[in-house]
Design a protein around this ligand. Structure first.
Ligand SMILES: Cc1ncc(C[n+]2csc(CCOP(=O)(O)OP(=O)(O)O)c2C)c(N)n1
Ligand code: SF4
Ligand SMILES: [Mg+2]
Length: 296
């Protein structure tokens, strides 16, 4: 009998399709491009669906796990990071992608964002940056440009916009990038390298909301974005240069990898998990009754 050849499982973007359901985003929404890019990146990385967890926030963008065949978990608005932290601490073998909108990530979850950057767990944070609270019909989000008007804020925005990349770099994120939902191929390469990075990877994605944001349109970004990766003189290890680059916005908007650094993971040093992961620890003989009694 000839030797049996064990075929290695191969995954294509279709592996992650959910046959029963199709996304209900508005036609033309940038969320479609990001959804396709996520599935293409998972395939490129050859990640088995049962080893992937999409931990989502609340919002149009955060509906993505409904339409990706993998594990999915949706929490409260602004609270995807702590949920993902719990999942990662329990089982470091899982490949975690946090899916959130700019409102959840930088507004309601802004504090979690800062501390996740300095904590450095091994996961990818994908922020759908559309400048508005899409699901609740277009109120201004933290990245909305100065002077931007919406129906809920007819007076122009007074604040300067939140700068996610500069803040992530200053707060200690070890991988900081920007993609564009209208350039799926480029976004796939960012998401793939973000996952391959050992540490907390922040990927802010420029995402046109065709219904509520008539300023930051596809055309707006097509005219302005350029690829940082094509500038051979740019050094992704130079933190000061990355911070400076993150200030560039207007006539020209860089996309690509801004900053990358190596630092030990939170889980490398956390005594409870550094040798044996929580998911694989023996829980059969744990008696918590005296602990519970202490609350009586
Ligand atoms: C704690 C809490 N506050 C407010 C809401 C209402 N709410 C649901 S989605 C949303 C805005 C979502 O905007 P964003 O996070 O930018 O995602 P998008 O819809 O733009 O993708 C808000 C305010 C909520 N669900 N929970
Ligand atoms: S409201 Fe905006 S973000 Fe939400 S699905 Fe429609 S286009 Fe997309
Ligand atoms: Mg939004």
């Amino acid at each position: 009998m000839p030797d049996q050849v064990v075929q290695k499982a191969t995954f294509s973007p279709a592996t992650y399709d959910v046959a029963e359901a199709k996304p209900n985003w508005c036609p033309g929404c940038g969320d479609f491009g990001i959804w396709v890019a996520v599935k293409m990146a998972l395939a490129q990385l050859q990640l088995p669906p049962h080893e992937v967890v999409l931990v989502a926030d609340i919002g149009c963008s955060s509906k993505m796990p409904y339409w990706v065949k993998s594990y999915g978990f949706q929490g409260l608005h602004g609270r995807a990071v702590p949920l993902a932290t719990g999942v990662k601490l329990a089982n470091q073998k899982l490949n975690i992608f946090i899916i959130a909108g700019d409102g959840g990530a930088y507004g309601e979850g802004g504090n979690h964002f800062l501390h996740a950057c300095r904590r450095n767990l091994d996961m990818v944070y994908i922020i759908h940056d559309n400048g508005v609270y899409g699901l609740t019909t277009g109120q201004v989000a933290p990245t909305a440009e100065h002077g931007f008007k919406t129906k809920s804020s007819p007076e122009p925005v007074i604040e300067v916009p939140f700068n996610p990349l500069a803040i992530a770099i200053s707060a200690g994120a070890t991988y900081v990038a920007r993609g564009f939902a209208g350039d799926v191929k480029h976004l796939v390469s960012i998401l793939t390298s973000a996952h391959q990075h050992r540490g907390f990877a922040v990927v802010d994605v420029l995402q046109p909301c065709v219904t509520y944001n008539h300023l930051n349109t596809y055309q707006y970004y097509f005219q302005r974005t350029y690829k940082l990766d094509e500038d051979t003189s740019y050094n992704v290890g130079d933190k000061v240069a990355a911070f400076q680059k993150a200030q560039e916005w207007g006539e020209k908007i860089p996309i690509g990898l801004f900053y990358k650094a190596d630092r030990s993971l939170y889980t490398d040093e956390l005594p409870q998990v550094k040798d044996v992961q929580l998911a694989h620890q023996d829980r059969s003989n744990i008696d918590i009754s005296s602990f519970l009694k202490s609350f009586a």
